[in-house]
Ligand binder design. Structure first.
Ligand code: NAD
Ligand code: UDP
Length: 335
């Protein structure tokens, strides 16, 4: 289905951070969008915003339960993505990625729909090859606290491949690297939201370990563009395709950037290293560039400034309404 053809698109996990940005883009492109979400980490505010579009429909549903809807395309984003969130109920995280993905694949098979799976750089685990190319098989602990997510997402990729081979389902696997931007929860628990919320409130900046771990952070608008291009390709192979920023920074370097851009007086506090925390991460995006003509356009400073403005707005709104106190950063249980 090409970009100009109007489709009925199911976005599972559409009330979450990437989901709201993707749903908004698809609605602006003129598609009918069904957002299916169990609201475990999704935000009611996102559903309210999207409901202003007549072509938007929200269905509260858990993908672990089968569903029956007429759809042309499916984006599967349904899974908590922040380590404290996916580790809170690890069995549910695995089931979401195995039983839930199988249910969505069945829906795709019955409807003859195209399906794109939001996979992750976590399938490379704590990588021994750097940067990570798609043919690197990864280094993943099967029994640690991150395994429910890493192994769940690896099994989801296997299911996507097997449904393609067995039933001819048109599957696509996008391996998403760390993505940030407006739409994140204040209490999401990932590094970008934690550091910005801490800096804006003058709280200590919580660094796990010594801050030498690296990540490569992609602004959400760029990521959404990559997802849409991958879905819209008429003769795409199944992937996987890495989508992320090739610009790598240390966690400590990122903390300094946030303090500088917020003008905060926050100090750094060093907490216990998170278990199985990948030491380095950076995508090789040559496949995305060759096959999709895609590369990120928004620089880190520009993207972080926009994200700071978003969080400043949400903290101010919370204070002004008096309905709720600002949510506090969510930390790893061991810290
Ligand atoms: P998020 O936690 O903000 O959004 C996930 C959404 O899925 C939420 O709305 C949540 O309520 C919903 N959900 C969770 N389990 C569900 C279930 N069983 N049934 C129905 N809905 C369910 O996370 P995000 O950052 O928006 O990530 C979206 C997807 O992208 C996830 O699959 C994640 O693994 C993947 N991803 C994200 C990143 C990133 O840096 N943001 C990186 C790699 C992969
Ligand atoms: N991190 C940190 N303090 C925080 C949150 C995260 O030092 O409050 C670190 C974390 O240990 C990791 C990096 O930031 O090295 C990215 O963590 P995040 O949870 O954002 O993503 P992921 O580990 O899934 O890439």
């Amino acid at each position: 289905m090409s970009r100009n053809t109007k489709a009925t698109v199911l976005v599972a996990g559409g009330a979450g951070f990437i989901g709201v940005n993707l749903c908004r883009r698809l609605l602006q492109d003129g598609h009918e969008v069904i957002c299916l979400d169990n609201m475990s980490t999704g935000m009611p505010e996102h559903v309210d915003e999207l409901s202003a579009f007549p072509a938007f429909r929200f269905v509260k549903h858990d993908i672990v339960e089968p569903m029956d809807l007429p759809v042309d395309q499916i984006f599967n984003l349904a899974c908590p993505a922040s380590p404290p969130a996916y580790q809170a109920d690890p069995v549910k995280t695995t089931l979401t990625n195995v039983v839930g993905v199988r249910n969505l694949l069945e829906l795709a098979r019955v409807n003859g729909a195209r399906i794109l799976q939001a996979s992750t750089s976590e399938i490379y685990g704590d990588p021994k090859e750097h940067p990570q190319k798609e043919d690197y098989c990864g280094c993943v602990n099967t029994m640690g606290p991150r395994s429910c997510y890493d192994e769940g997402k690896r099994c989801a990729e296997t299911l996507m491949s097997d449904y393609r081979r067995m039933y001819g389902v048109d599957t696509r696997v996008a391996r998403i690297f760390n993505t940030y931007g407006p739409g994140m929860r204040e209490d999401d628990g990932r590094v970008v939201s934690n550091f910005i919320i801490e800096a804006l409130q003058g709280l200590d900046i919580t660094i796990y370990g010594n801050g030498s771990h690296t990540r490569s952070m992609c602004f959400v608008d760029d990521l959404v563009e990559g997802l849409v291009r991958f879905m819209d390709q008429d003769r795409a192979d199944a992937g996987p395709i890495n989508l992320g920023s090739p610009y790598e920074t240390t966690v400590l370097g990122f903390a300094h950037l946030v303090v500088e851009l917020t003008g905060s007086k926050s100090e750094f506090v060093y907490l216990a290293d998170a278990i199985d925390d990948p030491h380095v991460r950076r995508p090789d995006i040559s496949r995305a560039t060759e096959q999709l003509g895609w590369e990120p356009r928004v620089g880190l400073v520009e993207g972080v400034k926009e994200t700071i403005a978003y969080f400043r707005g949400s903290l101010n709104a919370a204070q002004a309404s008096g309905d709720r106190a600002p949510h506090q950063p969510r930390l790893m249980a061991s810290s």
